[in-house]
Design a protein around this ligand. Structure first.
Ligand code: PAF
Length: 289
């Protein structure tokens, strides 16, 4: 496994990788890797011949008052996980490599969807995400890039960006990995105290309760999920929304996405699940209800 940090080192690593025929996959991360990232790396390995993981805590996607300074940095453990999962190249650039000269002159304007859901409390977040993702695509030139469905709005916006800008990269979304108790894995879970962690389980409980009511339609889904959130002590819900799979308005029937964001103490968590509205009980069973 090569660990590189400059553009020149990355290019040398890529020349080496490209000597072999086959596809190169990129897994963009901000480090603090966990089993969810390992699932992304394994999925990348399944669809490509070489895997590049980037580790870069991107200041542009953090708002004022957010956790940029305290965001967990666990480089040694991250590199060990990458080595265990046969990563070919780990790209760990510094700020100057990604943003030569400081603030970027050119950024990606993500459009209206970026002002909804996460965008309401995190203005500018997705502009920062798409700007760094497009830069990483430019630096690495992957054939395929892998993102988790845990950050569902991010995944939808990356797909829109790639489609609208005709970028020559396939986007693969990988299912959220959960702890045994249902909590979606996130680098920010480590902020939760022992008392806060049980409270955080209300997010996935609410989504499951909503999904269970999917055969009865949108209103039933939302009210079942809302009851769980309202009953959860120590939790402040930011939003609970049911949308179409592309995050447009929810359909009356068929594929939809239930999304939630909430604060548990000072920690803001997000989660989401697929639901099939108006489906029969058998479909609900297949969804793991
Ligand atoms: O999902 C993340 O970890 C980040 O938003 C990403 C895609 C690596 C961009 O910084």
């Amino acid at each position: 496994m090569r660990v590189v940090s400059t553009k020149a080192e990355l290019e040398a690593g890529l020349v080496e990788l490209r000597r072999q025929p086959g596809r190169v996959a990129l897994v963009p991360t901000m480090g603090a890797l966990h089993a969810g990232h390992e699932a992304l790396i394994d999925a990348a390995r399944d669809v490509a011949d070489a895997v590049v993981v980037s580790i870069f805590v991107n200041p542009l996607q953090f708002g004022r008052g957010e956790d940029l300074a305290s965001y967990p940095r666990t480089v040694d453990q991250d590199l060990a996980r990458c080595a265990e999962h046969d990563v070919d190249v780990v790209f760990m650039p510094d700020f100057e490599t990604v943003y030569p000269g400081g603030d970027p002159r050119v950024t990606i304007e993500p459009g209206a969807l970026a002002t909804e859901l996460e965008g309401v409390s995190r203005p500018g977040h997705f502009q920062g995400v798409l700007t760094v993702v497009v830069k990483l695509f430019g630096l690495v030139g992957p054939d395929v890039a892998v993102f988790g469905t845990k950050d569902y709005q991010q995944l939808v916006l990356v797909r829109q960006c790639v489609s609208d800008l005709f970028l020559p990269v396939d986007i693969l979304g990988v299912e959220t990995v959960r702890d045994d108790d249902g909590l979606a894995l996130s680098s920010r879970n480590r902020y939760l105290s022992d008392e806060e962690r049980p409270a955080a389980l209300a997010l996935s409980r609410a989504l499951r309760a909503g999904r269970q009511r999917a055969p009865a339609g949108a209103a039933a889904v939302l009210s079942a999920a809302r009851v769980v959130l309202d009953d959860a002590p120590g939790m402040q819900t930011d939003y609970l929304e049911l949308r179409a799979a592309d995050l447009g308005p929810a359909p009356a029937k068929g594929d939809a996405r239930l999304l939630v964001a909430a604060r548990v103490g000072p920690t803001r968590l997000i989660d989401n699940m697929a639901v099939v509205l108006g489906g029969d009980a058998e479909t609900a069973m297949q969804q793991g209800v």
